[in-house]
Each structure stands twice: as structure tokens, then as C-alpha cells.
Design a protein around this ligand. Sequence first.
Ligand code: FES
Ligand SMILES: [Fe+2]
Length: 344
Amino acid sequence: MDYIRDAWYVASWSHEIGDQPVRITIMSEDIVLFRSNGEVITAMEDRCPHRSLPLSKGKVLNNSIQCGYHGMTFGLDGNCIRIPGQNIIPDSAYVRTYPIHEEYNIIWIWMGDKKKANTKDIFKLPQFDDPTWKPHQGDALYIKSNYLNVAENLVDPAHVSFVHPTTLGNPESEDVKVEVDTSGDVITAWRWIRDAPPVGFFQSFGNFSGNVDRWHYYYLYMPSIAVIDFGSAPRHLRITDEERHKGVRVFAIHLLTPVSETECIDRWMHLRNIQIEDDQVGDSMDAMFRVAFSEDKEILEAIQEEELRPRTRNPVRLAIDKAPNIYRLRVRKLAASQQDYIEN
Ligand code: FES
Ligand SMILES: [Fe+2]
């Protein structure tokens, strides 16, 4: 599997981690997360170097975690500070730790070379700090699919007409061409569906009386974060790309964490530019997104199962595959450039 190690991934939503140790898995590495003294978050290899009991089965103490088997205790830097019954602590008594940063109520983890970890590289969206936008955290959706297929789905506007007929798509968009821009670091795919009835999502949140112009912009950030900017505006406004703010506009953000070669977690959240005072609106949008994303999950899990079976022919290439193909290429290159990664 092509993994990009030198990157910040979402380890967890902030509220999921307290003073009890929590085990997570990223790129097949088991990691324990905990807060000591109610605040500082630590991420460590979840395996005691003595007999391999996961440290998540142990106990969080002040500024340390104690193994639940024989009580070896590790400080927040991963070094052993106590071995019950003996005074000498061997050099090999340590566990790996991971750089962590908490921002936007998200716990970010750096999976690569520690020397390269820079919190400035954490994904940012200007709207996160803009008071005219309302961010709303959604779920952590576990998908039995490799993260690459899920990321591809998030730069693929064409599937929406077929996979999400009651929420995000309708038949009017079936034959509308997808535009793609791969000239920058962010891969963009988009299309406008002009002068068509609003899709289910905007019937619920737009209060539109007639036809609308609808857009769907997919921005894929390396290695696996997608921002989907979608919205609708009354047809008579005839808005342009630059005037999307005049419509009902929503950003659906997907933060993908690779769990293993066949699993990932899609933590999704959204921001909206309407009814930002009304929390109920965020909850109602959640409900609609849950419908849509469970449709993606079903498709992606079925594909993963097929991909595990022997393949007898190559896939057919379609015009709509341009953005996903470029994404794969970039991932492969980046992964290859980081292949000499060895953690000490
Ligand atoms: S397994 Fe952890 S102290 Fe023995
Ligand atoms: Fe989808």
C-alpha cells in the first residue's frame, strides 16, 4: 500500500480522548492516545517493550502511563521511568512517541520523520476562523476500504448523480461534463448544473421556489483530505464561479486516516454560510450527510471486496478518471520518495 508518512493525519476528534487510554490504528501501527493531567495529549506505540501488552490496557498516571501487566511505567517522552522490582532501566526500555497537535477540536498526529513535523503544515481552511461561517463536526465513519479508493471518490463529482439520488444528486447532472484542474498542489474537479430543480439537500436547506444553478467543487489535498464546496443559488441570479458566496454554500470536509491496507476512517465535518446561529440546522445537515456517506461506504466496501479477488483484466479508463488518476500518480511518487523511512 502506498502510504505517505510525512503528513499530519487526524488521530481523533478532541472530545474522544480523555484520561483513559484509547487505542487507535494508523497505517497498521497501533497507537495509544491519552491526556495526562486532563490536558497534554500523548501518542505512543501501543505495545509494551517487555511482553507486548498494549499500553492501552494499562493506567494513565501523572505524566506517565503504566503497563497493565508488570507495571513498567513510561514518561510522556516514551522513556521508561520505572520498572517495579529493579533499579536498572535498560536503554531498550522505551516506546516510540508521535508528534501531536490539537487544533479545530481535532487531534492531529504526525506519522513520519519527527524532524520534519511542523504544525504549520496542518490542513487549514480560512473559513474555519471566519465568523460568517459555522463549522459543525460530524462523525468518524469507519470504511472497510483502502484510503486511496475513498480519496478518489472525493474528487469524483460524477458519481453523485447515481450514488446519492435523494440527497446530493439528481438525474439532471448525469451527463454534465466534469472539469478538472491539476496544475497546482490541490487537485480540483468541478461542475455546474445550471437551471435544474434543487437536489434533496437544497430542497431541505435552500427554501428555493424554482430552478437553481448548482455547483460541486471537489478539492483534494495531499495526502488524503478533501473539501467539497457545493451549493445552489436561484437561477435568476446567474451566479459565476466567483459568486458562490451569494448562494447557499456548504463545505463538506473529509479527513481520511488510513487504518490498514483495507480500512480507513473518514472523519467528516461541514461548514455552512446560512443559519449559522441555529445549531439545529447543523444537526439536520448531519442527518442528510449520514444518508449520503453511508451510500459511499456501501459502494467503496463492495469495491474493496472485489479488489481482493483475482483480477483478470484491466479497468476501463473513462474521461471522468482524470483527477483520480493524477491523485494516484502523486501518491505513488510521494510514497516512493519516503520509502527509506526508518524510525529509531
Ligand atoms: S508486559 Fe508490560 S511490564 Fe510486562
Ligand atoms: Fe459520494
